[in-house]
Design a protein around this ligand. Sequence first.
Ligand code: AMP
Length: 462
Amino acid sequence: MDEVKEYCGVFGIYSPNTDVARLTYFGLFALQHRGQESAGIAVSDRRDIVCYKEMGLVSQVFNEKILNILKGDIAIGHVRYSTTGSSIEVNAQPILVSGEYPLAIAHNGNLVNTLELKRELDNEGIKVYGTSDSELMAKKLSLYYNGDIVSALLKVLPSFQGAYTLVILTKDKLIGVRDPYGIRPLVLGRFNGSYVLSSESCGLDIIGARFIREILPGEMVIIDESGIESIRFTEANPHLCIFELVYFARPDSKFGTRLVHEIRQEMGRILAKEAPADADLVIPVPDSGVPAAIGYSQQSGIPFSEGLIKNRYVGRTFIQPDQRLRELGVKLKLNPLKEVIEGKRIVLVDDSIVRGTTSSQIVNLLRESGAKEVHMRVSSPPITYPCFYGIDTAERKQLIAAYKSIEEVKEYIGSDTLKYLSVDGLLRACKGGSEGFCTACFTGKYCIEIPKAIKITKGILE
Ligand code: AMP
């Protein structure tokens, strides 16, 4: 079975007498940054569940006609990104399992025990069509679901190892689940006297729902006609993915009581203290480096300026599947403001360096535009380990900082200096944003044991 890495967005709404499919469409639209490969919505009208999903962006997949077919008052939705090889429609979500007790699930995260689950389902004679761990979860849940979804979940959840944030739809219930580590986020909102679930709070804002709180690690919430019930299905061991705060989440989303934009500015302020530079201008890599560059400028007193203008209609460079296209992507995306850059000593700020492609190209663009010096500052530590819990940070050998020293990375990207934020500085910046973080991509400390076979494929073990 192919190994599938995913980072996704999920959304769910329970709201009688409302066009829930349309609201889910808008929720997914706000979560589009979490996955651009496929989108889907499943709706229950209390008698049955209907699901529509396709490859493409939310605005390409849905139109008035399709939304009008999706009638009901409970819905879940999903946007998905996955790596090459698993970019097939059968892996799109939500996953609907039909039958006397139909259910649909949408998953964000990545399990580490998929082989075991697959074997179990094979033994039960249950066919699995796609290559995603989410399908395995849906099939296993359905195996135990005879009308009582809570007992079925209590039975199957302990067998899921890894990261899972789930929204589940039955004929009459909306359920939200976060794994005991809470690796991927999920928030609860209030809408029209009822409830909404969303990967990030920006999914609530877009439909005018009020943020209530985060679903806690190891918590399940059941939303139905009697209101909302919360069950702690296991002890929590909070390890929110810190990369959500570094890069992945939208800056206008909230974690705990803090806005991501504010947390990222703080990363920039701490970076300026840890890694000062003698320079004339602070320029961000748009859009990912903007909040940290503002923070860096505030702390250092070096003026902030835009220096690279982004074509707003080009997606994230990572959408391109191969290295050659990825390299072209940066040029398609950014145009330098020559008059601003010429003759200046520049602090270039980005949130992260993964393979080193983006920064080397941008440093080059700045040099071509006449920059006198380029001091690269990164608002997260060097990424030295791959992620197994749902962020596409590639195999270890593709991570430039895993096999090159900081000095060598500096040479590779061509900057005059290169400095990263420390792990301690990053944790300080995120304080109060949420409790407990997974920092595995920076430290190699994985909170959930990774099977040896997977470690070998990802280059952590020989
Ligand atoms: P790279 O060019 O491989 O060094 O990637 C670094 C750039 O990609 C930075 O500008 C980041 O903001 C962005 N980035 C970091 N992680 C990811 C990810 N998982 N998916 C897409 N883009 C990313």
